[in-house]
Design a protein around this ligand. Sequence first.
Ligand code: 3EB
Length: 334
Amino acid sequence: MTLQLLLSPAAVSRGTGRELGGARLGGGAPAVDWPEQAISAPLLGSTADSLRETWLADGPVSAGVSEGIAWRRAGDLLYGVVELAEAGFAGAGIPPLQAASRAAYDRIFRLLDAQGLPCLWRVWNYLADINGETHGLERYRQFNIGRQDAFLDYRRGTTGNVPAACAIGLAGGPLSIAFLAGPQPAVPVENPRQVSAYHYPAEYGPRSPTFSRGALVHPPGQEILFVSGTASIVGHRTVHPGDVAGQCRESLANIAAVVAEANRVARSGDFSPGELVHRVYVREAADFPAVRAAFAELAGEAPGTVFVQADICRADLLVEIEAMAVHPLAPTGR
Ligand code: 3EB
C-alpha cells in the first residue's frame, strides 16, 4: 500500500475512491467525501484561491467516523481529521483550548488503539489566535499542555519517539488536527542545531511541545521523510527577530540539517533538498516578496511550494517552513 501526494486546484473535487485524505488550503472550495483538513488561510502568490493536497492510496480504502474523527484507512495506513469547537469545552475550570486539545489527542489515541495502528507519524495542528493570551497564558502554550496531557493519558512517551508536526495559527475556526498513522514506529529525526522541542526550557511555556523535528515513516515499499514545521530557531532561541529574509534562510538551514540527520538513517538512499515539497507559512502578507526571494535564493524553483499567510507559534517568528519527500524502497528493505 503506497501513498502518493497530489497537488491540485481545489475545483477538482471528484474522488476516485483511492483518496486517503488530505488538506484544502485557501478558501471557498467544494467539499469532498474524504477526510480533508480545511486550512482557511490566504494563499500567497497563487493564481488559485484554493489548493487541494491529497494522499492517494494504491488500493481500496475503508472509512469511518469515531468520536468526531473522520478517517480513512488503506491497508495499514490511517489518515484522519478532527475539528473541535472550543466553546464545547468551556466551563471546566481550565482553558477551553487546553481541554479541547487534550480531548482531540485522547480521541486520536483511542482510534489508533482500536484500529491496531498505534503509531502516530505526522500531525498537522491548526488553531485560532495562536499568540493570543487568555487565562494568563498564550494559547499555543495552552495547546501544548493539552497535547502533552493526552500523550501522558495514553502512556505514550513525550520525548524521543514523538510525531513530526506543525502548529499554526489561523484567523478563526475550530481546533483542527489531521494525522497520518501506521503500524510501526516512525524513525524520529532531531536537528543538531536546535534543542529538541520536547526539551525546550520553561521560558517557552509550562509544558514542552510534543513533536520531533522530522520523521522517516515506512508505508510498505516506501520511505517518506516529513520535516516538521521549521523556524528561525537556533538552540532554543529565536534568531533574526524582525528580519524575515534572515528567518527564511535560517529555517532552510535548519531543514537542511534535519535532512542530513535523516540521511544518516534513511533506508532508501539520501534525500536531497531539491526533491522536497515545501509549505511556507508567512505571518505578514506584506513580507511575502521578501520570503519568496530568500526562499528562491536557496531552494531554487522548488516545484510544489505553497505559500500561505498564517501565524507562527512564537510572536517573534515571521516565517515557518515544513517539507516532505517520498522515496520508493527496495522490496528487500524495510
Ligand atoms: C519551533 O520549532 C517552531 O508545536 O507541534 C514547529 C513545529 C513549531 C511543530 C508544534 C511547533 C510545532 O518550536 C514551532
